[in-house]
Design a protein. Sequence first.
Length: 67
Amino acid sequence: MSHGSSPAAWTAVLVSLAGFLVGGIGLIPEPNWVVFTIGCVLAVGALPLGKILSVAGLGASRVKGEH
């Protein structure tokens, strides 16, 4: 069983973390809504990015017979 250690999973996690970082920076010291929105788009966009990379063959392979 794989626990998600694949290039697709790591890329999605890193893009999501970058989005949270950019969004958080956009709120300091006064809210900069453009930077905050870019961070939100990055964080939410990490999920489809991970799925696309997984379908492209960079995801973890499943063991035959598992769900």
